[in-house]
Design a protein. Structure first.
Length: 327
């Protein structure tokens, strides 16, 4: 069968007629069909992070001839990606990347819960830009070198690979793969799932890294020993650096980009025999796409700042770095 035969023939023919009329070229690669990236007439580099929205609950017989004009009506599109099945149906979701964060915000405001047709309200929200995959089912004997060799052969854009003991299975390991972009991670996930790849006797099972599993793996990380403390491998908080100093820098950066000052939460989740405290922290920034969170070990030094205040300094420094890289 050709793409235009079988299911949704009328909708597919309408799409082909629209492409011919507008001169727009859609390119389908690995289960996604893309417009732009950059589009015709685009000047300059790609938009900054935080300019992509996620679109879900699309009827499977709706295509770009209806979607692109709709999402272009509120801002300048840099790229539109519609996820496709082999039969020519869309998979019910898409991504639209805009020229600016303001345009993306306008799309969310205009089209979240928009009735695309009677009884069909779509979902439009910030794209989470997931970049981390988890590979389960690895034998304890699998080395990082073996795994990296396989991944570099069949995927592109890999940033890092970390091996962990499986929290749920004895004598088994899992790996966390971090890619340089969400698109690279999504393509890698598709390739690894469809390739039936094996390492030894084990078949690799691949999925997005769940936040709860990520937190569990972080809590299982090695505690700081006295030698690591002396070696300074834990995040140091300079005594001269106060929370107020960092918050002033954050306030200035947020004000510059029309964001409100972050709201911090910290919680001690673990204490080791040497007195070091492990803190979880999270910063909520009204106007920013996702919370920023992490973990840090704080030394038992009782002079000067309290442990909670030092954890807040680490959290504020992390937020400052993320915002500086993202905005």
């Amino acid at each position: 069968q050709t793409w235009t035969s079988g299911v949704n023939e009328a909708s597919k023919m309408a799409l082909l007629a629209w492409e011919k009329e507008t001169g727009i070229e859609l390119v389908q690669i690995n289960g996604q069909r893309r417009y732009g990236g950059p589009p015709p007439g685009w000047v300059g580099g790609p938009p900054p992070p935080g300019t992509e929205v996620y679109i879900a609950r699309l009827p499977q017989d709706v295509y770009e001839n209806a979607l692109i004009p709709l999402f272009q009506s509120v801002g300048k599109l840099y790229e539109f990606r519609l996820m496709m099945t082999f039969s020519g149906l869309n998979r019910g979701f898409a991504y639209a990347r805009y020229a600016s964060r303001q345009d993306a915000q306008s799309a969310i405001a205009a089209f979240h819960r928009f009735q695309l047709r009677q009884g069909c309200a779509i979902v439009v929200c910030w794209s989470t830009q997931k970049r981390e995959l988890v590979v389960n089912g690895l034998a304890a004997s699998v080395s990082q070198q073996q795994l990296e060799a396989v991944l570099q052969r069949v995927t592109e854009g890999i940033h890092s690979v970390t091996l962990h003991a499986s929290p749920s299975r004895k004598h088994a390991r899992l790996a966390v793969l971090r890619y340089r972009s969400h698109q690279a991670a999504a393509l890698a996930k598709k390739t690894l799932m469809e390739g039936n790849l094996r390492l030894g006797e084990a078949k690799m099972r691949v999925d997005w890294l769940d936040p709860h599993l990520k937190q569990k793996l972080q809590l299982c990380e090695e505690e700081p020993s006295s030698s690591r403390v002396q070696g300074g491998e834990s995040l140091p908080v300079p005594p001269s650096l106060s929370l107020q100093n960092v918050l002033e820098c954050l306030h200035t950066l947020c004000w510059k980009h029309h964001l409100r000052t972050p709201l911090f939460m910290t919680k001690c989740v673990q204490v080791n025999p040497n007195g070091w405290q492990r803190f979880w922290y999270q910063a909520e920034i009204p106007g920013f796409r996702v919370p920023i969170h992490g973990f840090t070990w704080i030394s038992p030094d009782r002079q000067g700042q309290s442990e909670h205040e030092k954890a807040n300094v680490v959290a504020a420094l992390h937020v400052l770095r993320v915002l500086s890289e993202s905005l």
